[in-house]
Ligand binder design. Sequence first.
Ligand code: MN
Length: 197
Amino acid sequence: MAITLPDLPFKKDALEPHISARTFEFHHGKHHKTYVDNLNKMIEGTDLATADLETIIKKSAGDSGKAGIFNNAAQVWNHTFYWNSMKPGGGGKPTGSIAKQIDAAFGGYEKFADAFKTAGATQFGSGWAWLVMKGNELQVMKTANADTPMAHGIKPLLTVDVWEHAYYLDYQNRRPDYLKTFVEKLINWDFVNACLG
Ligand code: MN
């Protein structure tokens, strides 16, 4: 069962002017696709060839002999989760269950927003910032390179990609501006609420 590249959940120009169609042409059409293609080549003929993506990630996590498989599989998963973390007309204060939980865990939306932007801005080099449910605790965290909370038994609720390829065409080196826009204009709180379950 080959792993497939999912379509974007919106048209590639739907998040303009915040993230351009050109960024999605490269980020989804080239970067995400390459992780899918690399993963399929790496698992072909192995015991993971017929496994689903989450199984591949969990079985290769922490296995130095399978680092290439883990990195590509986790990047496939993280990117799909990131696309779903955004929507046209998103961002700003949350609604629904997550709004109450953010108030309880962080002491208000503004404190959550600061913590999330800081996590993304301070991830040295490539990686991801996340809102997660760790046990029963709502937390902000960051991961390096391809690493993903779901490989460590932590439930992801929201992510932003802070690899340079995510923002360089639109923001050049201004990662904090990209993070501010993500929080204020793009977060898909409906998706976050759905992940809370
Ligand atoms: Mn990326």
